[in-house]
Design a protein. Sequence first.
Length: 165
Amino acid sequence: MLRNGQVVGILQRSEFTRTRLVRLMSGVAEVRKPQDAERAAAMPTPAITGSSPHHGVVLRLRSVVITANAPTVDLDIRAGQVTGLAGLEGHGQALLLKYLSGVERPWRGAAEIPMPDGTYERLRSYRHAVTRGVVYVPRDRKSEGMFPTLSVLENFGMPTMAKRS
């Protein structure tokens, strides 16, 4: 289990319980067995802070509002971090992902990527996001995908096909 890009627990399938997972995700967990501590110490973990002025942030949302009455969202995504969105279907998760990738623009706020000079650049469009290494993988490629008859792998490869032809 990773939290903030760091190994916080290693579980066997038989050790998975809802309570245990919630504790690991929330930061309340501790390593119970010495062999788990050794295995965790031996695993490489990505550096998420480094010497960058961005503290490992590779993509962020700033002051994003989905609709007029929705709360403001600020989100930092760091290198090596696994980020999940949860909630009831239709409560903004898909829109948030589209905002992160420049597919759609939020009602207010913006998705931004770090620049070498320490500033952040606003993603202006999906095309702009792709040139900066940010892509959107739709949940339903048959209705949202660029090439619905192609596989996910073939859709991913389309930007390189343009360079080769």
